[in-house]
Write a protein that binds this ligand. Structure first.
Ligand code: ZN
Length: 234
Protein backbone atom coordinates (compact mmCIF):
# COMPACT_ATOMS: atom_id res chain seq x y z
CA UNK A 1 0.00 0.00 0.00
CA UNK A 2 1.37 3.38 -0.93
CA UNK A 3 -0.38 6.27 0.77
CA UNK A 4 0.88 9.81 0.59
CA UNK A 5 1.49 11.55 3.91
CA UNK A 6 1.73 14.92 2.18
CA UNK A 7 -0.75 17.62 1.21
CA UNK A 8 -0.86 19.50 -2.13
CA UNK A 9 1.92 21.80 -0.99
CA UNK A 10 4.20 18.96 0.07
CA UNK A 11 3.73 19.43 3.83
CA UNK A 12 3.08 16.53 6.17
CA UNK A 13 -0.65 16.19 6.89
CA UNK A 14 -1.58 15.88 10.56
CA UNK A 15 -3.88 12.86 10.30
CA UNK A 16 -4.56 12.95 14.03
CA UNK A 17 -6.08 16.40 13.61
CA UNK A 18 -8.04 15.18 10.60
CA UNK A 19 -9.66 12.48 12.75
CA UNK A 20 -9.73 14.74 15.80
CA UNK A 21 -7.98 12.23 18.05
CA UNK A 22 -4.84 12.37 20.23
CA UNK A 23 -1.59 10.78 18.96
CA UNK A 24 -2.02 8.12 21.65
CA UNK A 25 -5.45 7.02 20.36
CA UNK A 26 -5.90 3.28 20.18
CA UNK A 27 -7.20 1.42 17.16
CA UNK A 28 -10.79 1.36 18.42
CA UNK A 29 -10.90 5.16 18.82
CA UNK A 30 -9.34 5.63 15.39
CA UNK A 31 -12.14 3.55 13.93
CA UNK A 32 -14.90 5.19 15.98
CA UNK A 33 -13.78 8.66 14.97
CA UNK A 34 -13.45 7.64 11.32
CA UNK A 35 -16.97 6.20 11.25
CA UNK A 36 -18.47 9.30 12.85
CA UNK A 37 -16.68 11.71 10.50
CA UNK A 38 -17.22 9.81 7.29
CA UNK A 39 -20.97 9.84 7.96
CA UNK A 40 -20.86 13.62 8.14
CA UNK A 41 -18.61 14.29 5.18
CA UNK A 42 -19.06 11.53 2.62
CA UNK A 43 -21.46 12.76 -0.10
CA UNK A 44 -23.11 9.32 -0.28
CA UNK A 45 -23.76 9.25 3.44
CA UNK A 46 -24.64 12.88 4.02
CA UNK A 47 -26.63 13.44 0.83
CA UNK A 48 -24.84 16.75 0.33
CA UNK A 49 -22.39 16.76 -2.54
CA UNK A 50 -19.74 19.38 -3.03
CA UNK A 51 -16.10 19.48 -4.08
CA UNK A 52 -15.08 20.45 -0.55
CA UNK A 53 -16.90 17.53 1.02
CA UNK A 54 -15.41 15.08 -1.47
CA UNK A 55 -11.94 16.34 -0.65
CA UNK A 56 -12.61 16.16 3.07
CA UNK A 57 -14.01 12.62 2.76
CA UNK A 58 -10.91 11.52 0.84
CA UNK A 59 -8.69 13.02 3.51
CA UNK A 60 -10.62 11.22 6.27
CA UNK A 61 -10.26 7.91 4.42
CA UNK A 62 -6.54 8.54 3.94
CA UNK A 63 -6.12 9.34 7.63
CA UNK A 64 -7.91 6.14 8.55
CA UNK A 65 -5.74 4.03 6.25
CA UNK A 66 -2.58 5.49 7.77
CA UNK A 67 -3.58 5.38 11.45
CA UNK A 68 -5.34 2.01 11.45
CA UNK A 69 -2.36 0.13 10.04
CA UNK A 70 0.33 -0.34 12.71
CA UNK A 71 3.25 -0.43 10.27
CA UNK A 72 2.16 2.58 8.22
CA UNK A 73 1.28 4.45 11.39
CA UNK A 74 4.72 3.78 12.91
CA UNK A 75 6.41 5.17 9.81
CA UNK A 76 4.10 8.19 9.80
CA UNK A 77 4.69 8.82 13.54
CA UNK A 78 8.43 8.84 12.94
CA UNK A 79 8.09 11.52 10.28
CA UNK A 80 5.67 13.52 12.42
CA UNK A 81 7.95 13.56 15.42
CA UNK A 82 10.95 14.48 13.25
CA UNK A 83 8.95 17.40 11.92
CA UNK A 84 7.87 18.46 15.41
CA UNK A 85 11.50 18.66 16.39
CA UNK A 86 12.19 20.78 13.33
CA UNK A 87 9.19 22.99 14.15
CA UNK A 88 10.62 23.98 17.50
CA UNK A 89 14.31 24.23 16.70
CA UNK A 90 15.04 26.89 19.28
CA UNK A 91 13.58 24.95 22.19
CA UNK A 92 16.16 24.08 24.81
CA UNK A 93 16.24 20.51 26.08
CA UNK A 94 16.44 20.59 29.86
CA UNK A 95 18.73 18.11 31.63
CA UNK A 96 17.16 15.74 34.14
CA UNK A 97 19.34 17.19 36.89
CA UNK A 98 17.39 20.43 36.64
CA UNK A 99 14.10 18.77 37.52
CA UNK A 100 13.43 18.79 41.25
CA UNK A 101 10.72 16.57 42.65
CA UNK A 102 8.67 17.44 45.67
CA UNK A 103 9.81 15.22 48.51
CA UNK A 104 6.90 12.80 48.52
CA UNK A 105 7.02 12.28 44.75
CA UNK A 106 10.71 11.51 45.06
CA UNK A 107 9.81 8.92 47.67
CA UNK A 108 7.18 7.50 45.35
CA UNK A 109 9.71 7.12 42.55
CA UNK A 110 12.27 5.60 44.87
CA UNK A 111 10.01 3.10 46.56
CA UNK A 112 7.98 2.50 43.39
CA UNK A 113 4.91 2.53 45.55
CA UNK A 114 1.58 2.84 43.83
CA UNK A 115 0.16 6.31 44.01
CA UNK A 116 -2.24 7.13 46.74
CA UNK A 117 -4.38 10.11 45.94
CA UNK A 118 -4.09 11.34 49.50
CA UNK A 119 -0.35 11.48 49.16
CA UNK A 120 -0.64 13.73 46.16
CA UNK A 121 -3.09 16.05 47.83
CA UNK A 122 -0.73 16.25 50.75
CA UNK A 123 2.16 16.97 48.42
CA UNK A 124 0.29 19.73 46.60
CA UNK A 125 -0.74 21.27 49.92
CA UNK A 126 2.85 21.33 51.08
CA UNK A 127 4.58 22.29 47.87
CA UNK A 128 1.95 23.59 45.44
CA UNK A 129 3.50 21.51 42.64
CA UNK A 130 4.73 18.02 41.81
CA UNK A 131 7.99 19.11 40.20
CA UNK A 132 10.04 22.25 39.77
CA UNK A 133 12.09 22.84 36.64
CA UNK A 134 15.05 25.21 36.78
CA UNK A 135 15.76 27.10 33.56
CA UNK A 136 17.96 30.03 32.55
CA UNK A 137 16.58 33.39 31.40
CA UNK A 138 17.70 32.46 27.86
CA UNK A 139 15.75 29.22 27.98
CA UNK A 140 12.72 31.13 29.26
CA UNK A 141 12.88 33.18 26.08
CA UNK A 142 13.42 30.22 23.71
CA UNK A 143 10.95 27.71 25.17
CA UNK A 144 11.88 24.36 26.67
CA UNK A 145 11.41 20.62 26.27
CA UNK A 146 11.61 18.69 29.54
CA UNK A 147 11.62 14.94 30.05
CA UNK A 148 10.27 14.02 33.44
CA UNK A 149 10.36 10.52 34.94
CA UNK A 150 7.16 9.58 36.71
CA UNK A 151 5.81 6.51 38.45
CA UNK A 152 3.66 4.35 36.20
CA UNK A 153 1.97 1.00 36.17
CA UNK A 154 2.10 -1.48 33.36
CA UNK A 155 0.32 -4.73 32.62
CA UNK A 156 2.51 -7.64 33.64
CA UNK A 157 4.51 -8.37 30.45
CA UNK A 158 4.76 -12.04 31.37
CA UNK A 159 1.21 -13.06 32.25
CA UNK A 160 -1.09 -10.03 31.70
CA UNK A 161 -2.67 -10.94 35.01
CA UNK A 162 -3.63 -14.42 33.89
CA UNK A 163 -1.26 -16.35 36.13
CA UNK A 164 -1.69 -16.34 39.89
CA UNK A 165 1.70 -18.07 40.21
CA UNK A 166 3.47 -15.48 38.05
CA UNK A 167 6.91 -14.73 39.49
CA UNK A 168 7.01 -11.26 37.97
CA UNK A 169 3.77 -9.74 39.28
CA UNK A 170 2.92 -12.31 41.97
CA UNK A 171 -0.56 -12.63 40.52
CA UNK A 172 -1.39 -8.91 40.73
CA UNK A 173 -1.32 -8.56 36.93
CA UNK A 174 0.41 -5.21 37.05
CA UNK A 175 3.86 -4.05 37.91
CA UNK A 176 5.14 -0.65 39.01
CA UNK A 177 7.47 1.09 36.63
CA UNK A 178 8.96 4.46 35.79
CA UNK A 179 8.05 6.16 32.52
CA UNK A 180 9.10 9.48 31.05
CA UNK A 181 6.74 12.16 29.86
CA UNK A 182 8.05 14.85 27.52
CA UNK A 183 6.56 18.28 28.05
CA UNK A 184 7.00 21.26 25.77
CA UNK A 185 6.53 24.77 27.08
CA UNK A 186 6.51 27.49 24.43
CA UNK A 187 8.03 30.93 25.09
CA UNK A 188 7.84 33.33 26.73
CA UNK A 189 8.00 31.50 30.06
CA UNK A 190 7.47 33.56 33.20
CA UNK A 191 9.35 32.91 36.42
CA UNK A 192 7.24 31.03 38.97
CA UNK A 193 4.69 30.03 36.30
CA UNK A 194 2.71 26.91 37.12
CA UNK A 195 1.65 24.49 34.37
CA UNK A 196 -0.64 21.52 34.75
CA UNK A 197 -0.28 18.66 32.27
CA UNK A 198 -2.96 16.04 31.69
CA UNK A 199 -1.26 12.66 32.07
CA UNK A 200 -4.35 10.70 31.08
CA UNK A 201 -3.72 11.79 27.49
CA UNK A 202 -0.02 11.12 27.73
CA UNK A 203 0.01 7.35 28.22
CA UNK A 204 3.47 6.01 27.38
CA UNK A 205 1.87 3.11 25.49
CA UNK A 206 -1.30 1.08 25.62
CA UNK A 207 -0.02 -1.23 28.37
CA UNK A 208 1.32 1.52 30.59
CA UNK A 209 -0.33 4.38 32.45
CA UNK A 210 1.01 7.01 34.78
CA UNK A 211 -0.20 6.60 38.34
CA UNK A 212 -0.92 10.34 38.54
CA UNK A 213 -3.73 11.90 36.53
CA UNK A 214 -1.95 15.20 36.04
CA UNK A 215 1.38 16.84 36.72
CA UNK A 216 1.80 20.29 38.20
CA UNK A 217 5.07 21.79 37.08
CA UNK A 218 6.50 25.03 38.43
CA UNK A 219 9.11 26.94 36.48
CA UNK A 220 11.97 28.64 38.29
CA UNK A 221 14.04 30.98 36.20
CA UNK A 222 17.52 30.86 37.70
CA UNK A 223 18.54 34.15 39.27
CA UNK A 224 14.98 35.37 39.83
CA UNK A 225 13.73 35.68 43.35
CA UNK A 226 10.92 33.36 44.32
CA UNK A 227 8.13 34.82 46.35
CA UNK A 228 4.95 33.04 47.33
CA UNK A 229 4.13 30.59 50.07
CA UNK A 230 4.23 27.46 47.86
CA UNK A 231 7.97 27.39 47.35
CA UNK A 232 9.93 25.27 49.81
CA UNK A 233 13.41 26.06 51.13
CA UNK A 234 15.60 27.92 48.72
ZN1 ZN B 1 2.44 -11.63 35.89
Amino acid sequence: MNISFLDDRGSLVNFYEVLNIPPTAEKASVRASFCALIKIFHPDASGIDSEDRRRKAHLIIRAYKVLSDPLIRAEYDRLLSAQRRADRPGFAVIARARVRYSVSLEGLLRTRMLNKRIRRNERLRNFGQDVEVFITPGEARSGVIVRIDLPSRMSCPLCYGEESECHVCHGVGRISATSAVEITIPPPIAHDALYEFDLMKARPDRFTAFTMKSLKTRICVIGKKTAGPTSPQH
